[in-house]
Write a protein that binds this ligand. Structure first.
Ligand SMILES: [Zn+2]
Length: 193
């Protein structure tokens, strides 16, 4: 493969980027952003090396504990389960949640062989059982896979005597949390059951 082909292949790994867009990006970089190419390469390397996962909630973090887990002022009785760090960021932006989080490593997808084990259910159960958690809020997406994930985790939590609630309806069916407006999410959160 030529260097150009390698660049295009690498860009195609980004979400929503196909052959055409990858080509356009590659030509744009080469034509107009020679200097930025070095910065981009350095930033990618640094991010890959320095950003790991918080050992408590699994979100992206450059320190052993992320800023939220390290914040003792939050409400330790509440633990909110989300699918991705991006969903966690959305819930934070609503400003209406003061508990802690647990970030799954994906969502249940039986067709792809992704079950409870693959998304870190065991770690969640362990986290939910440790120190003062009174309620686990399942804030997975309202897609079929997000619903399946909430169902599997809810059953596992309840079987261990841990209260599990789900975001209220009102979030449109089929939506990824990331794209729902903040007011709707804040409402779904306060109206959970
Ligand atoms: Zn954390």
């Amino acid at each position: 493969m030529t260097a150009l082909e390698q660049l295009i292949e690498a860009l195609k790994r980004l979400p929503g980027v196909g052959q055409k867009s990858a080509q356009r990006m590659a030509y744009h970089l080469l034509q107009h952003e020679r200097q930025a190419m070095g910065q981009l390469a350095a930033a990618l390397t640094a991010a890959g090396e320095q950003i790991g996962h918080c050992q408590r909630c699994h979100t992206f973090s450059e320190t052993a504990l992320c800023a939220i887990c390290a914040d003792a002022a939050r409400d330790a009785r509440l633990l909110c389960v989300v699918e991705t760090p991006a969903d966690q960021a959305v819930l934070e932006r609503t400003g209406s949640y003061r508990g802690y989080y647990f970030v799954l490593l994906g969502r249940v997808s039986p067709l792809d062989g992704v079950g409870a084990r693959e998304i870190g259910a065991a770690q969640l159960l362990q986290r939910a059982a440790d120190g003062g958690v009174e309620e686990v809020i399942l804030a997975t997406s309202f897609t079929a896979e997000g619903e399946a994930t909430a169902h599997v985790l809810g059953d596992a939590l309840r079987a261990r005597g841990i209260k599990a609630t789900r975001l209220a309806r009102g979030v449109p069916v089929g939506s990824e949390l990331e794209y729902v407006d903040l007011g709707t999410i804040a409402h779904a959160l306060s109206d959970r059951r």
